[in-house]
Structure formats: structure tokens, C-alpha cells
Design a protein around this ligand. Structure first.
Ligand code: SF4
Length: 436
């Protein structure tokens, strides 16, 4: 898709800006998982992320104290000669977004979270655009599967069409006010929904005469191989067909891992596509297998039942290892589910516990189960909305307490963290026993 260019950051600073869209190369970005108020830790993580090759870094900015901390982080990085553009991630407060727009190079919002009243949400967006204009700040409008406004849910449900309609409402405000410095994203943890929604968004934008660049991502994709496969399947499928100008691989791991893995996608976009060069042979296999197989598996043009097992080759792996790899690829592309499906957020400044350790513990305790989707989410504010269609949710409340969910319903609150994995296991096993 042909898009116009969005400018993020200060054009006068060498390396201090990023051009997204137009003829500019696809860029790779990530998000800090530090507490933004901890300026020293956030600066140190930004340094590591920049060294890994990130071109844009997002930080949680939930209120005015975080806006002030973001300004300090930016200033400190700049004094150290690191001029990477910073994005303020604002979820609910339009007032915070206005202040962040004076400080950050880009602000990420979902206007639907500003107000339940759609007209008011659009009015607040219009006011934010004025501030962005004044301070040359770029904007990302981010709409996620699982958190659509009520009026959209009523008309379209939680569908790719609904996600696009929500995004188009906000892009129309930008278009009417002639504000072009906007990037748009519509994300889902379901790779098929994510791919369909982005294709549909391109169609809607073209019909409306819009050319906003697109940020790609598979949300809450998890960790390790399963998380990498989901992210790579969704993002590479779209990049291969010319959709997407910047992306974030979302993993429940250190942000540097997201960058190192995401950078492996870029050689595939060269003409002709070139193999990736990595030290990690499995990561390389994930990327090349997704490039070759994910589009057909996601679209159903490849009948996975007719494929020989394993259907990928690699001299460094045994036949059994490759068969297991292929089953994970088939699960990531939602062809067949042979293991529990895990959804876990990457964590951010709102995370209320050690997410990486917890995801490993939940996986270790539940890997023998079949036919269930388990979400492990870092915070109670956004976690329940973002865990989409998970059957079970493990959500951090704060103060080392956990709430367990069945679907969207909290069924156990205030569980001490050290007991929560066991309670989750009992909950799932009891449901499965009743079902048999
Ligand atoms: S669910 Fe909460 S902790 Fe996890 S990424 Fe989203 S906002 Fe951050």
C-alpha cells in the first residue's frame, strides 16, 4: 500500500528522528517494561534497546508524573548522545495525552478510551491534534481486538470489520482537520484476525482517499518459540504483501529480544529476499518458515492436513524437533491446536509482578492440558480488556495479589501470587473434569 510519510522526532538531529511510510524502509520498534517513574532504570533500558537497533521506543505514560519522567528520560538520553525518538503510551486520560504531546516525539492513544461517548472521544481527539500540530508531535491511533467502543460492538461485534470501523472514525477526524502525522494500528493476539483486519483497513483507507502508514503487531503473543511464531506469522504475511511501515514484535521477554528478533524480518523485504543471518538458528528458521508458509496457512490456501511431517527442513534439528516446530507453526496460524494456547502481554510500566517468571511457571504447570486458552496479563487496568477471547485469565492486581478470570468474569480475587498458579491449574482441571 502506498502511504504518505509521518515524521517522528526532530528532523534537525542526526538520528533523532524517524520517517515512517512513503518510500522509507520498514522500521522496528519496541516498548520499555520499566516503571517510567524510575528514570535511571528507564534510561538504562532505552540505552540497551537503542544499542540492539531499535528505531523508536515507547514508554508507559499513564499520568502527569510519567510525562515529567519521560521528559527527564529524553533529556538524559540526549545528553548521552542517544537521540532515538520516544513515544508516550497513553491509555485513558486525554489530559495526559495533551501534556505528553508537548514532550514526546509521538503519542500513542486509543481515542475510544478517552470517553464512552463517541462524540466526546472524537472532540478530545480533535483538541489533541491541535496540540500535536503545535509541537510537531506524531500520533499513533491504536485500536485493539477486545477493546472496541460499545457503539461499534453493537453494530459490528468484536470483528475485523468492527476494528476497522473504530479506526476509521478516528482517522476521519484526522483527515477532516488535515492532520497527516498519524500512524494507525489495529492489533489482535489472533493471527488470522490481525491479518484480516489490516487488509480490510487498507481497503477502507483506500476507499476514503487516506494513506496513513500502518504499524503492525500481534498483541500478547507470548514468549519463546510460540510467541515468536505468532508475531512472525502475522507481521511477515502482511509485510510480504506490502502492508505495514513499522512493526513491533510483542514478546513477554526483554524488549531487546523483540528488537533482535524483529530485525531478522528485514532482509526478507529486500528484492530479492535474502536469508537472514543470525546466531540463533531456531530464530532464523522461524522467520524463514513464516515467510514461506504462514500466508498460505493463515489464508487456508495450503491444506495443512496434506503436508508431510515435518514440512520444514533444517540440518541442525532432528526429525522429532522439526515435527514439534511444525505443530507450533500450525497452531500459530490457527490451523490446529495441539497444546494450550497462551496469550501473555509483553509487560510495561504498569506491570504488577514478575511477568516473565510467571509465564514460565504457568506454562510449566499447564503444558499437559489440551484445548484451552490461558492469558497471563500484567495489570488489572488493561489486562482483562486485552486478553481477548482467552478462556482463563491470570491478571496482576498489584500488592502481590492476582485475580483469576473465566472468560471476562473474575472468579477469584486477591489470591496471593505464590498460590495463584496452583489455583489456576485447579480451576481449569475442575472445568475439564466436569466437561468429560
Ligand atoms: S496488560 Fe497492562 S501490564 Fe500488560 S502490556 Fe497491557 S498495560 Fe502493560
Amino acid at each position: 500500500m502506498k502511504t504518505h510519510t509521518v515524521t517522528v522526532g526532530d528532523l534537525m538531529l542526526k538520528g533523532g528522528h524517524l520517517l515512517i511510510g512513503g518510500e522509507h524502509p520498514v522500521s522496528v520498534q519496541t516498548m520499555c517494561n520499566t516503571d517510567t517513574l524510575d528514570v535511571a532504570a528507564s534510561v538504562a533500558q532505552c540505552e540497551r534497546i537503542a544499542a540492539a537497533g531499535a528505531q523508536l521506543i515507547r514508554l508507559t505514560t499513564q499520568g502527569l508524573p510519567q510525562v515529567r519522567a519521560l521528559a527527564k528520560i529524553k533529556e538524559t538520553l540526549s545528553k548521552r548522545g542517544i537521540h532515538i525518538p520516544l513515544v508516550a503510551d497513553v491509555h485513558f486520560s486525554a489530559a495526559t495525552a495533551m501534556e505528553a504531546a508537548r514532550v514526546a516525539d509521538k503519542v500513542r492513544i486509543n481515542p475510544g478510551n478517552f470517553s464512552r461517548d463517541p462524540s466526546q472521544a472524537k472532540a478530545l481527539l480533535a483538541t489533541l491534534l491541535e496540540t500535536c500540530n503545535l509541537h510537531h508531535t506524531a500520533l499513533r491511533i491504536g485500536v485493539n481486538h477486545g477493546s472496541l467502543p460499545a457503539h461499534i460492538m453493537e453494530l459490528y461485534g468484536d470483528t475485523p470489520e468492527g476494528m476497522c470501523r473504530a479506526a476509521m472514525e478516528y482517522l476521519t477526524v484526522c483527515q477532516e482537520l488535515n492532520f497527516t502525522n498519524t500512524v494507525v494500528s489495529i492489533k489482535s493476539s489472533n493471527t488470522r484476525v490481525m491479518v484480516q483486519a489490516n487488509r480490510l483497513l487498507v481497503k477502507h483507507m483506500e476507499e476514503a482517499g487516506m494513506s496513513y502508514p500502518i504499524h503492525l503487531g500481534v498483541t500478547e503473543s507470548g514468549n519463546e518459540r510460540q510467541g515468536r511464531l505468532k508475531s512472525a506469522a502475522g507481521i511477515i504475511t502482511l509485510l510480504k504483501e506490502g502492508i505495514g511501515n513499522t512493526f513491533r514484535v510483542s514478546l513477554t521477554e526483554a524488549p531487546e529480544s523483540e528488537i533482535r528478533f524483529g530485525k531478522l524480518f528485514l532482509p526478507l523485504l529486500a528484492t530479492p529476499a535474502t536469508p537472514t543471518a543470525s546466531a540463533d538458528l531456531w530464530d532464523q528458521l522461524i522467520v524463514s518458515a513464516c515467510y514461506e508458509w504462514a500466508p498460505g496457512l493463515l489464508d487456508g490456501t495450503i491444506d495443512w492436513k496434506t503436508l508431510p511431517m515435518p514440512f520444514v527442513e533444517a540440518p541442525f534439528a532432528t526429525k522429532e524437533e522439526l515435527t514439534d516446530f511444525c505443530m507450533d507453526l500450525l497452531q500459530a496460524t490457527r490451523c490446529v491446536f495441539t497444546k494450550p494456547e497462551y496469550i501473555s502481554c509483553p509487560g510495561c510500566g504498569r506491570t504488577k509482578y514478575n511477568l516473565e517468571e510467571t509465564v514460565r511457571a504457568v506454562k510449566a504447570a499447564t503444558s499437559h492440558l489440551k484445548g484451552c486458552t490461558i492469558a497471563i496479563m500484567g495489570c488489572i487496568v488493561n489486562g482483562p480488556g486485552e486478553m481477548a477471547d482467552a478462556q482463563y485469565g491470570y491478571v496482576g492486581e498489584g500488592n502481590e495479589k492476582i485475580t483469576l478470570y473465566k472468560g471476562k468474569i473474575p472468579v477469584m480475587r486477591g489470591i496471593p501470587q505464590e498460590e495463584a498458579v496452583q489455583h489456576l491449574l485447579q480451576l481449569i482441571e475442575s472445568d475439564q473434569q466436569h466437561a468429560t
